[in-house]
Structure formats: structure tokens, C-alpha cells
Design a binder for this molecule. Structure first.
Ligand code: HEC
Length: 145
């Protein structure tokens, strides 16, 4: 009975989609390789179209939680749809990324608990925010810091 319920539950799994990459931050703004690698490891699963869906993302109820985070994450910030043609908007997003990393809000703790490669040390956070802030200032000198 319990096993049957679990099997039925699996029929409700949400879709795990990776829509096409439109305009990738790492391709458009080309950070140093170390910064690119950190962003890739710590942010891209939830904030891009290049999500690596783990095996447990195929099993309800984890599937809903993970698909929900990816959907919300992409809505807030989609690094695969980078507004390269709109420097003001790009600068704003870079500022938000820097703030989220500096405050420790991102990457989400529930994610780094499972994904050791996404854990950021203080010096890694600084390396990331230094690049994000510099890039932001380059795109929008008038915005200041
Ligand atoms: C496990 C998924 C996950 C990971 C990994 C992740 N995020 Fe997020 N992020 C979210 C979700 C979900 C939201 C939506 C807001 C919320 O629920 O906290 C969000 C929101 C944001 C926002 C918007 C905040 C705002 O004020 O609008 C920024 C910026 C952000 N994330 C940056 C990052 C950066 C940079 C990284 C990597 C260092 C990262 N995130 C890693 C899931 C994730």
C-alpha cells in the first residue's frame, strides 16, 4: 500500500527543463577563469538553463522542491538570458549578485549542504564580489558603488 502510494506519487513529478541558452553571462562578460568556475559551481544549477538535475530530482517529493527552486531562481536571475544589450540592467543584476554573495544569502545553504563544490570561503566570496563590483562599475560608471 505504501509502496503503491509512492509509485503513484512518482506520476506527479514536475518537468525538469533546460531551455536553450540565449545569452550566457560567462560568454558575454568573460570573467577570469577562477571567477567563472565559482559562478558555474555555485549558481548555475538554479540560475541558468544549464541545470545539472541530480538523480534525486527525479523522485517526488524532492523533485517538486528542486524544480521549484530552479523555477524561482531563474525568474529572479537567469544567467543564460543575460541582458548584454542593456548595460544598465546588467549592472543592476551584477550588483544584486554581489550583495547576495557578500551577505551569505547565496548560494542557498540547503544547496551547499549537499553540494560541497558550491561552498564559498570568505576569500572566494571576496574574489567574486570584487569582480562583480568592478564589472558593474565598468558597465555603469554613473551608478557608483
Ligand atoms: C539551490 C538553488 C540556488 C542556488 C545554488 C543559488 N540561488 Fe540565488 N536564488 C535562488 C532562489 C530560489 C531565489 C529566489 C529568492 C529566494 O527564494 O530566496 C534566488 C534569488 C537570487 C537573487 C535575487 C535576490 C533579489 O534580491 O532579488 C540573486 C541576485 C541570486 N539569487 C544570486 C545567486 C548567486 C550569485 C548564486 C551563486 C553564488 C546563487 N544565487 C545560487 C536559488 C538559488
Amino acid at each position: 500500500m505504501v509502496a503503491g502510494g509512492f509509485a503513484l506519487l512518482q506520476l506527479t513529478n514536475p518537468a525538469r527543463t533546460n531551455p536553450p541558452v540565449v545569452s550566457d553571462l560567462l560568454a558575454m562578460d568573460a570573467p577570469p577563469p577562477r571567477v567563472a568556475a565559482m559562478l558555474h559551481a555555485a549558481c548555475y544549477d538554479c540560475h541558468s538553463s544549464e541545470t545539472r538535475w541530480p538523480w534525486y530530482s527525479h523522485i517526488a517529493p524532492m523533485s517538486w522542491l528542486i524544480a521549484g527552486d530552479v523555477k524561482t531562481g531563474r525568474e529572479h536571475l537567469n544567467l543564460s538570458a543575460w541582458p548584454a544589450a542593456d548595460p544598465r540592467r546588467a549592472a543592476k543584476l551584477l550588483g544584486r549578485m554581489s550583495d547576495a554573495i557578500a551577505s551569505g544569502e547565496m548560494p542557498l545553504a540547503k544547496y551547499t549542504k549537499i553540494h560541497a563544490a558550491a561552498r564559498l570561503t570568505e576569500s572566494q566570496r571576496k574574489e567574486l564580489t570584487d569582480w562583480l563590483d568592478a564589472e558593474r562599475n565598468r558597465l555603469e560608471p554613473a551608478a557608483g558603488k
